[in-house]
Design a binder for this molecule. Structure first.
Ligand SMILES: Cc1cc2nc3c(=O)[nH]c(=O)nc-3n(C[C@H](O)[C@H](O)[C@H](O)COP(=O)(O)O)c2cc1C
Length: 311
């Protein structure tokens, strides 16, 4: 077979040259990892969460390594909307790949304020609605646990972003993720991203205190990958497949094989998170690995791989 395989994907109406993003919060606003990889080689870029006002985030220590991953309790530290527009948007404007801005807030009004201010920006292809952050006192996961609140926030933000793509980011720590996914889709989500991190704790046995100042943090990295693959497949089968809604699969992706697992499970695209801290630039290698897999498995178009799980 020729090396000429098509790994471009249609993602809620926009064409991605390949299915690989970096995950929100692990690659800043694009310039942080610029020395390690050419962001324009990615399928798309997702910013760190933005809130209306600047946030300092949680006290330190706010990161701790675990056997197969890490806990973070950054607490949505970010520059806030005004500084984002002034300083970060010009960086994002230089990118040639679709840019998604991740939105967070303490109230629905705050999410809507940020969404409305950014909705007319040409540079922005769409938004990722973070209703799954486990490390903040107000907002975050609180919205993402209750289907009624998911409906309310998704429809309010969808109204604010108009024609732009709205992707809703789901938490794994819910009773049935499909109920939440369905609420988001029925309220107007154009895509879903999953998963965010799991609330977890590491204890220092000498002090008998939690290592993180916030006591708990979100577990990410290879440890969560099989759960993330399972949840992507569950949401794909039970909610998105019939409606043609794409999934961005996230959770512990380090290699092309990991990414391919998510695509077979039903993800149209994938996000690389924690792996950026271990090997910045690995996302670009993953793209090449996906292409090689398609060549060696006679897959001329990656679309044939999406949701191709044999059972
Ligand atoms: C240090 C760190 C910061 C993060 N910040 C955000 C954030 O601002 N917004 C968000 O939606 N997710 C955030 N996440 C979650 C990731 O985007 C991703 O959903 C999660 O880490 C699982 O993927 P991974 O195992 O590949 O890291 C963050 C994760 C880490 C490790």
């Amino acid at each position: 077979m020729s090396e000429d395989v098509d790994i471009s994907v249609d993602f809620a109406g926009i064409r991605l040259a390949n299915p690989v993003f970096t995950a929100s919060g692990t690659c800043g606003y694009a310039d942080e990892l610029a020395d390690f990889m050419d962001i324009n080689q990615l399928g798309g870029f997702i910013t760190k969460s933005i809130t209306a006002r600047p946030r300092k985030g949680q006290a330190t220590p706010r990161i701790v390594e675990t056997d197969a991953g890490m806990l973070n309790a950054i607490g949505l530290a970010n520059v806030g909307l005004d500084k984002f527009i002034e300083e970060k948007l010009p960086i994002l404007e230089k990118l040639t790949v679709p840019v998604f801005v991740n939105l967070a807030g303490e109230t629905i009004r705050e999410y809507v304020t940020v969404a409305e201010r950014l909705a007319t920006e040409q540079t922005i292809a769409g938004f990722e609605l973070n209703i799954s952050c486990p490390n903040v006192e107000k907002g975050g996961i609180t919205f993402g646990k209750d289907p009624q609140q998911v409906t309310e926030i998704t429809s309010a933000v969808k109204k604010a972003v108009g024609e732009k793509i709205l992707m809703v980011k789901l938490s794994p720590t819910v009773t049935d993720i499909s109920v939440i996914a369905r609420a988001a889709v029925e309220a107007g989500a154009n895509a879903l991203s999953l998963i965010n991190t799991f609330t977890a704790m590491v204890i220092d046995i000498e002090t008998r205190k939690p290592v993180l100042a916030n006591k708990t943090g979100g577990l990410s990295g290879p440890a969560i990958k099989p759960i993330a693959v399972y949840l992507v497949n569950k949401v794909y089968k039970e909610v998105t497949k019939d409606q043609g809604i794409p999934i961005l699969g996230i959770g512990g992706i380090r290699t092309a094989s990991d990414a391919i697992e998510f695509i077979i499970a039903g993800a149209s695209a994938v996000g690389v998170g924690t792996a950026n801290f271990i090997e910045p630039g690995c996302a670009v290698k993953i793209i090449e690995g996906i292409r090689k897999y398609c060549v060696s498995h006679n897959i001329s178009n990656i679309k044939d791989l999406i949701g191709s799980l044999e059972t």
